[in-house]
Design a protein. Structure first.
Length: 410
């Protein structure tokens, strides 16, 4: 499927370059140069309004038009096909990015000065997700999948933050024995199976799992068995209604103190705080192995910035990205969006996220495994079935079957 999409995008891009058509054809109708910043972060629209206003004050000759449509990644692909490609594109390091990178939509930034202060792990992800040697985007902001916990409940029960898998399970046992819910799951929304599974799989599948999988040298049955089994172990410490609760329900329930821990990403924290501004929160990396400190934090590029090769205003586009990469401006973004900076010199100072800082600073990071799985495989749906039917072998067999189908179509 990726090859088909890539060929289609490449053919239309070639036509675009020959015809000289683009989204900026009418930009010369005023004295100012207009560039379009297209991104998928709906929740960050207000933040970018603020940053764009500041940029335009400092650069009065440039107007930045912010585009942030619903279902933005689908819209972006359609715009590429129609040769209406924005000047700066902000998406996640996921399968959409991989398709566009493989279609050579973006400029090659390998060795570019814009990457000089970016965390090397995030730069490497720019290569690994599309499986290329080049770097086609600047990592800007990162998120993480972590265990969010209620500090007051931990204090009440005399609990310490677990650092090994056995300690993690023992902590859950202690909470359960006290008559409280250890984990609040929200499996009505299939995607909420992913945060915990990503952490488990990333730390147990092996560093070259997806490279080997693409070559046919391994299988999900071999690489993901431990992760699947450990996910089912965690599910034992959920609640009775977890298949009827959605993500929004979980945020509110956890905010009300209905569970001691919440297996989500740090993106859930602002929503939890909206429901209960006074909640005493903490976070820690999933302790997946029995070696203290042996588990790495699952953290991926939530927002990257890429330059299409067709932009009629590459210098202005670069100037805007340089502005966004300024330390002060990155701080504005990560503080308002509860994210981590991909830039080494900018540190997230929110005390709630203190438990993840050491992993970020040391570069002890692993990417989200689902970023490498085609949508057609249906990973989140298969995980939803796994949590209900508890059949690990069937789950892994289905993943291998669906992966093979996608590979056969390439």
């Amino acid at each position: 499927m990726r090859k088909t999409v890539t060929l289609l995008l490449t053919s239309f891009l070639t036509l675009a370059s020959l015809s000289g058509c683009g989204n900026n054809a009418a930009n010369e109708s005023s004295d100012k140069i207009k560039i379009e910043f297209f991104h998928y972060k709906t929740e960050a629209k207000g933040t970018f309004d603020q940053l764009i206003e500041k940029f335009e004050e400092e650069n009065p000759g440039i107007d930045v038009v912010q585009s942030n449509p619903p279902d933005s990644e689908t819209v972006l692909k359609m715009r590429v096909v129609k040769r209406e490609i924005p000047d700066v594109i902000g998406i996640g390091a996921n399968f959409t990015f991989a398709d566009l990178a493989n279609a050579k939509i973006f400029k090659d930034l390998t060795g570019n000065e814009l990457l000089k202060d970016i965390q090397p792990d995030y730069v490497q992800m720019m290569k690994e997700v599309p499986a290329v040697e080049e770097v086609y985007a600047v990592p800007y902001a990162a998120n993480a999948s972590a265990v969010i916990y209620n500090k007051d409940i931990f204090k009440e029960l005399g609990l310490e933050v677990p650092t090994t898998w056995d300690e993690f399970i023992k902590t859950a046992e202690t909470i359960k024995a006290a008559g409280k819910i250890p984990f609040y799951f929200t499996f009505k929304d299939a995607w909420t199976t992913l945060p915990s599974y990503n952490a488990l799989a990333a730390n147990t599948q092996g560093e070259t799992f997806y490279q080997d999988l693409r070559k046919g040298e391994t299988t999900f049955a071999k690489g993901h068995k431990e992760a699947a089994e450990k996910l089912l172990k965690l599910v034992e410490y959920g609640h009775k209604a977890q298949y009827g609760r959605a993500y929004s329900d979980g945020n509110i329930a956890f905010a009300k103190g209905e569970s001691a821990m919440y297996l989500q990403g740090i993106w859930a924290i602002p929503e939890i705080k909206k429901a209960n501004p006074d909640i005493n929160l903490g976070v820690f990396p999933y302790p997946v192995t029995n070696k203290p400190g042996g588990s790495k934090l699952v953290s991926g590029v939530d927002l990257l910035l890429a330059f299409p090769t067709t932009s009629e205003h590459p210098e202005e586009a670069k100037k805007f990205v340089e502005f966004l990469l300024d330390d002060e401006n990155i701080k504005t973004y990560i503080n308002q969006q509860n994210a981590f900076s991909a830039k080494k010199s900018v540190v997230q100072e929110d005390p709630v996220l203190e438990g993840l800082k050491a992993s970020i600073e040391k570069g002890e990071l692993l990417d989200f495994p689902d970023h490498y799985v085609p949508i057609a495989v249906g990973l989140e749906k298969q995980l939803q079935v796994l949590t209900q039917k508890k059949d690990v072998d069937q789950f892994l067999k289905t993943l291998d079957k669906e992966w093979s189908k996608v590979q056969d179509r390439q």
